[in-house]
Design a protein. Structure first.
Lengths: 673, 163
């Protein structure tokens, strides 16, 4: 219908293309990505002089201090020591050799240091003799590479006195300033609203000696993150983020700034895990953090991400059994917490609620009349309730004002990106009024919804499915590397988000005795954020998938997006949702293969008893191009047999136009590992 | 009709997957990072800090281009730490002061050096003189200056005033 007259528009254009045109589009994608891919070019130039020549000259010459050090290091086979491998971040490659994951050229003193631990160690020893920094470094190798030096000095024993001493006041200041007594891994929980936080994030807090719970926010934190140039567009952000187009760096900054970013702006609950480490281990990590400040890595969203490199920083405390070795392919932040737990490194679990959770706890503590007052003050300002407020006792007044000022701040932080710090006039008015009441109210201490994230099911899932439709039964095998869907056991994940990534389902066609690709879901994200009196978040969904029901069908491609609303009056009650969705479809079985389906979807999700979940959905869509209606109803229920094992039944009925109804049911066994 | 639906969808999809560089907070060279003109919430916070306090030019010099592992302690020496803390949390400190307690107020007291037995007096002071301290001040420098004046006029707390 449209093919002839209408030029291709927006997202659907791919569907109209010939093969050649598609190839051209991919070329454009590559060109668009090129800036991201080449962004690192400036910094990949190796420093002018390596210390390789110094090493060979020393070895060729008469006996001298450096030569003695090198000989001793060779005798003791220090380059093979696990600690040296951890310090330079060497990892085994597929060919059996090693390669350092660090990509900053000045991290290496030998020209072949990235792949040669022996030469790197010898060049490092040579570099320690240098009294001048090597450009572009600001400090001498002796004063920058303090962890390498400390370990080499210990490992070389008496010979180490051959290295000329230098004063390193800056590092001394760093150490004294941090005065680390404890290291804490901080996990702002997963939040699907941004790709960089969809799977959670981890950072390391350096806890200062002699402090209490309140002053912990003043500590410094070490954060590994990709450095994204301001001019980056969305496409190069995604492509660069996935395939290593950006530089990842360790950054050190006050924890209160991170706390603000995650807890108050992004609204993520924050879990804190103080680590069980000896003072020696802590000191080693602090020294290593100092030398890692100048390093950078190519950032890979899936593998070499924040969580992975945080582990690689901690590795120097466990060189014999490196944490990073457990993640050869991809690293999901929560899995790194699980590993720390498995290794017995977690001393304690602390919970710091997000701002919205705190506000909800305040709401619940107020009687209905007070809540109504707070609602009108939130709407029209505190002066609108001035007289009514005065009728309440001081404590109630204080509680109302505390709720209102928190709400007003929340509204400002989430609506005004320009004004993240300064009080708005309405907040000022509320707070001035509050300051006249000299009652000390107690702030609520909201509990988390369930156990901490690392106590939830594992993130990789394999399902054995028996599907039945039209009297035909098809066995299916499904593999999903990450992460969580709404029927998976909820502990540790909560009810409000589902991310299915790279979900592959293969089927066995029993009639023709052959396998077929039943379904491939590249990504399916669903965010269900309940609304209440004060909070009005938008729930949303996006999905990209290829699906066929029978082995002789062609795949239907679906690219779906939609927004909606959700309600849930108490955490344990049913969650109801309603969405408006539209999908670009490409399906050869339709009269016009490229079309748009659009329409509403409503549903309910409930966990009546812990471990038993039910979900019902009904959707009604219009195939716009073919002018045919489609509806589908589905009921699913899951039982968590254990944390790592669940059973799911699924029954659905769907109809497209006046075609026969598609009735199907399935039974799945889900295993998490 | 169809065209607009497709467009709306493309928009919905792109906003659903919209990206923010929130993990790219500023590093040790806080100033250096801002000079690079970064975007994202993390950078906004720091930009706001910069708007609120004057960081001397020498600050940038000492941190160089931020690349070579600038001295991270430079940004966080006590006075600087206090200013950065107030500048980046002025709303929370102000809220705590109005309530007469809270962890942000406690953290500020710690940075000023208030001892535990004077904490109650400090909380009373910041609550009772709320208007003077916060109602008109919009930046960290003003707040810290008014706080200093308030402290020096208080019999118990005068010794915590910076001069």
């Amino acid at each position: 219908m449209v093919k002839a007259e209408d030029p291709p528009v927006g997202g659907s254009f791919l569907l109209y293309m010939t093969r050649l045109e598609k190839a051209r589009i991919w070329l454009w994608v590559l060109i668009a990505a090129a800036p991201a891919l080449t962004a690192t070019a400036n910094d990949t130039v190796a420093p002018q002089d390596s210390y390789d020549e110094a090493v060979s000259a020393t070895l060729a010459g008469e006996t001298n201090p450096l030569q003695q050090l090198i000989i001793r290091a060779r005798e003791r086979r220090l380059a093979d020591a696990p600690m040296w491998q951890a310090l330079v971040h060497y990892q085994p490659t597929l060919t059996g050799s090693v390669e350092s994951e660090v990509d900053a050229p000045w991290f290496f003193f030998s020209a072949s240091g990235k792949t040669d631990p022996q030469r790197e160690l010898e060049a490092t020893l040579a570099a320690f003799f240098s009294a001048k920094p090597r450009p572009p470094m600001r400090l001498t190798p002796y004063c920058r590479f303090v962890a390498r030096r400390h370990w080499l000095e210990t490992a070389l024993g008496e010979t180490a006195t051959n290295i000329p001493k230098q004063d390193c006041p800056e590092f001394e200041r760093y150490k004294t300033f941090l005065n680390a007594e404890q290291l804490t891994v901080v996990f702002p929980s997963a939040h699907p609203n941004s790709p960089s936080s969809a799977f959670g994030h981890t950072l390391l807090r350096i806890d200062h000696r002699n402090q209490n719970a309140e002053t912990r926010m003043l500590n410094m934190s070490i954060n590994f993150a990709a450095e994204i140039p301001a001019t980056t567009n969305t496409l190069s952000y995604i492509i660069g983020g996935i395939n290593g187009g950006f530089k990842g760096k360790f950054r050190i900054l006050p924890y209160h700034i991170k706390l603000r970013e995650y807890g108050q702006i992004d609204n993520r609950d924050i879990w804190e895990f103080p680590l069980k480490l000896s003072q020696t281990q802590i000191d080693t990590i602090i020294r290593h953090s100092y030398e890692m400040l100048i390093a950078w890595y190519d950032y890979y969203f899936a593998s070499e991400n924040c969580a992975y490199h945080l582990l690689s920083l901690l590795d120097v405390a466990f060189p014999e059994k490196r944490l990073s070795n457990e993640f050869p392919v991809w690293t999901i932040p929560v899995d790194t917490i699980k590993l720390l737990d498995k290794r017995g490194l977690i001393q304690r679990t602390d919970f710091s609620p997000s701002m919205s959770r705190l506000i909800k706890a305040r709401e619940q503590a107020l009687p209905p009349t007070a809540l109504t007052l707070a609602a009108s003050a939130y709407q029209d300002g505190i002066s609108s309730i001035s007289e009514k407020l005065a009728n309440h006792d001081d404590t109630t007044q204080a509680n109302i004002l505390d709720l209102v000022s928190d709400l007003q701040r929340y509204r400002r932080l989430n609506s005004d990106a320009e004004n993240l710090i300064a009080l708005s006039p309405e907040e000022r008015e509320t707070l001035q009024r509050r300051s006249r009441i000299a009652v000390k109210t107690r702030d609520p201490i909201p509990a988390p919804d369930g156990p901490p994230p690392h106590k939830g099911h594992d993130t990789t899932r394999v399902s054995l499915i028996l599907e039945s439709a039209d009297g035909k039964t098809t066995p299916l095998l499904q593999f999903r590397p990450a992460y969580h869907d709404l029927l998976d056991p909820s502990p540790g994940y909560g009810d409000h988000a589902a991310i299915d990534f790279f979900n592959i389902t293969a089927g066995w066609d029993q009639q023709n005795d052959k396998p077929f690709l039943r379904n491939f879901t590249l990504l399916d994200i669903q965010s269900l954020e309940p609304r209440d009196r004060f909070f009005k978040p938008i729930s949303w969904r996006t999905r990209a998938s290829w699906e066929r029901k029978n082995s002789n069908d062609r795949h239907r491609f679906t690219l779906l997006g939609g927004g909606g609303v959700a309600w849930q009056n108490q955490p344990r009650n049913p969650l109801l949702f309603a969405f408006l969705e539209a999908a670009l479809i490409d399906d050869t079985s339709l009269e016009e293969r490229s079309t748009v389906f659009a329409g509403p979807r409503i549903g309910a999700l409930w966990e009546p008893i812990a471990g038993w979940r039910i979900m019902a959905e009904l959707e009604e869509q219009r195939d716009i191009v073919n002018a045919i209606n489609y509806w589908r109803g589905a009921f699913q229920s899951s039982v968590a047999i254990s944390k790592q094992f669940s059973l799911v039944v699924n029954a659905s009925r769907a109809q497209y136009g006046d075609q026969p109804r598609d009735n199907r049911g399935s039974l799945s066994l889900r295993l998490y590992f | 009709m169809k065209k607009s639906i497709v467009l709306a969808m493309a928009l919905a999809l792109s906003s659903a997957t919209s990206v923010q560089a929130t993990e790219t907070g500023p590093g040790c060279g806080i100033g250096a990072e801002i000079m690079k003109g970064k975007s994202g919430k993390g950078a906004n916070i720091v930009a706001a800090i910069l708007n609120n306090i004057l960081i001397p030019n020498t600050f940038f010099m000492t941190t160089g281009d931020g690349l070579m592992g600038c001295d991270p302690t430079k940004t966080v020496e006590r006075e600087q730490a206090k200013k950065i803390f107030v500048a980046s949390n002025i709303d929370r400190i102000s809220t705590d002061a109005a309530k007469g307690h809270g962890d942000h107020l406690t953290a500020l007291a710690y940075l000023i050096g208030v001892e535990e037995h004077d904490m109650a007096a400090f909380e009373r002071l910041t609550q009772s003189r709320y208007d003077e301290l916060f109602a008109s001040s919009t930046n960290a420098g003003d707040v810290l200056a008014s706080l200093d004046r308030a402290l020096s006029s208080d019999a118990t707390l005068a010794r915590y005033a910076s001069r």
